[in-house]
Design a protein around this ligand. Structure first.
Ligand SMILES: CC(C)(COP(=O)(O)OP(=O)(O)OC[C@H]1O[C@@H](n2cnc3c(N)ncnc32)[C@H](O)[C@@H]1OP(=O)(O)O)[C@@H](O)C(=O)NCCC(=O)NCCS
Length: 153
């Protein structure tokens, strides 16, 4: 069973082992380690969730609501390599969507590298639509792609 808890600033140590297990570069890990504290600061429009299996942290997601356009944004989603394809990310994203809906969001979106085939298949599998490609978004040679889900669709 998956237990999902709201991420607090004290959860910062769960980030590194999960991202190391999926081989992310150190500069991304360092940046993601700042998210628990950052997202705990404004709980009315930012939230994070951590999934635990038998007491072990196995995945996380962060979501931010943008007041200016009424859309929420998934800022980070990862599941430990040993726990993938067990429905954990789908449950975490569901929590993020519930948070977005509680903020009266029109919809939710996420950016990911065009080369992230697994991530793209995941979002397509849970009903997200391809929005647009952003040339050079991550690096000069690495475009981004945005997936969206509108709650009235
Ligand atoms: C993408 C990621 C979050 C998916 O996590 P997960 O817990 O394995 O996903 P789920 O088990 O909830 O997958 C639900 C469905 O999505 C699809 N899916 C998930 N991962 C997939 C993959 N690598 N290839 C193809 N389809 C995939 C499948 O249809 C899956 O259902 P199934 O296993 O019954 O076939 C995980 O692979 C990960 O952490 N990747 C690295 C970080 C990342 O890419 N984050 C997302 C972009 S920000």
């Amino acid at each position: 069973m998956l237990r999902i808890v709201t991420c607090g600033a004290d959860h910062h140590s769960i980030i590194r082992p999960i991202l190391q297990s999926i081989g992310w570069d150190e500069h991304y890990i360092v940046a993601f380690e700042t998210l628990p504290a950052q997202f705990a600061r404004q709980p009315d429009r930012m939230s994070g969730y951590v999934g635990f299996r038998e007491g072990e942290p196995v995945g996380f997601v962060f979501v931010e609501h943008h007041l200016w356009n009424g859309l929420s944004q998934i800022q980070g989603l990862a599941v430990h390599a040993a726990y993938q394809r067990q429905g954990i990310a789908a449950e975490l994203v569901h929590k993020a969507e519930q948070f977005a809906i509680s903020c009266q969001a029109r919809g939710i979106y996420v950016d990911t590298p065009v080369t992230n085939t697994g991530g793209r298949r995941f979002y397509e599998a849970i009903g997200y639509q391809l929005g647009y490609i952003m040339p050079r978004y991550y690096e000069n040679a690495l475009d981004g792609v945005t997936y969206q889900k509108f709650f009235d669709a």
